[in-house]
Design a protein around this ligand. Structure first.
Ligand SMILES: Nc1ncnc2c1ncn2[C@@H]1O[C@H](COP(=O)(O)OP(=O)(O)OP(=O)(O)O)[C@@H](O)[C@H]1O
Length: 266
């Protein structure tokens, strides 16, 4: 049981977006991917979710090779993701955005909904109760009727995470979910991510905030121009002079606030 990415390479014309990258995400573990802009983090996500075809290597979920599984069917294999730049209808309210996350698991079907079968009403009550719990957990209850277009992008990302977990995924891929959040909101998101992982979900997280990476990760993968630069527990990485020099600058004290030296915003 795991996501196993083995030796994948992806090329866009002359750009090697990923070169021979392997990553494993086990249930209940939080794996983070860090690296400067353009290092291949989103391409890794897109390779796992099927938005990008890999040129070499394999992506497996629970031992099953996904090569012939289209992106839309990967939801059924237990995958959910958020996007770095969410695409959304600004008129949709927070509550409806989260409720949308339940419908991939709906068993009622369009006909059942049109006929208002009792099973549909029961299911909608269950979705609504579960949605209330999620909104509460994410501190979004007071904003349930706010339209997404009124919210800052950071909050929209938080709504995306809330929607992604509605489907009860076994693996959750989060692409920079904390960007634009206040410190308090980041802390709330971190504790939610911990709680989600503790419930047995494998989490793959792209995040630039190294303090958050450090506090959450069981394992961190460092990409640089599509290649693996380093990997390990964040505390191990902190003892790796090459990593510290490349990503955090030479001043090791107070690393959570240290500025990266090669153009990343870690
Ligand atoms: N669809 C595409 N077509 C052409 N080139 C692409 C495409 N997607 C990504 N690339 C290129 O592949 C490389 C890796 O991009 P990717 O978006 O995966 O990096 P990233 O680490 O997620 O960057 P960022 O932190 O800016 O989101 C970059 O050079 C990018 O320009």
């Amino acid at each position: 049981m795991s996501i196993e990415v083995e030796n994948i390479s992806v090329q866009f014309g002359g750009v090697h977006a990923l070169k021979d990258i392997s990553v494993r995400v086990d249930p209940g573990r939080i794996v983070t991917v860090i690296g400067p802009n353009g290092s291949g983090k989103s391409t890794l996500f897109n390779s796992i979710t099927g938005l990008v075809a890999v040129d070499q290597g394999t992506v497996c979920i629970d031992g099953q090779n996904l090569a012939r599984v289209p992106a839309w069917q990967r939801i059924g294999r237990g995958l959910a993701r958020t996007f770095q730049t969410p695409r959304f209808d600004p008129r949709v309210c927070v509550e409806d955005a989260v409720l949308c996350g339940f419908y991939p698991v709906s068993r009622a079907g369009i006909l059942g909904a049109m006929l208002r079968l009792p099973v549909v009403a029961r299911q909608e009550r269950a979705f609504s109760a579960a949605c209330d719990r999620i909104l509460d957990d994410f501190g979004l209850d007071g904003l349930r009727h706010a339209s997404l277009g009124e919210l800052p992008m950071g909050m929209v990302r938080l709504v995306e995470v809330a929607r992604a977990i509605a489907n009860k995924p076994r693996y959750l891929l989060l692409d920079e979910p904390a960007a634009g959040l206040t410190r308090a909101e980041q802390q709330l998101l971190s504790s939610e991510i911990r709680r989600i992982a503790a419930s047995g979900v494998g989490v793959l997280l792209v995040e630039h905030n190294f303090a958050m990476v450090r506090s959450l990760s069981d394992h961190t993968v460092v990409l640089d121009r599509g290649a693996l630069l380093a990997q390990g527990h964040p505390e191990e990485l902190m003892r790796d002079p090459a990593f510290v020099a490349a990503y955090l600058g030479s001043s090791t004290p107070g690393l959570s606030g240290a500025q990266p030296s090669i153009g990343t915003t870690l």
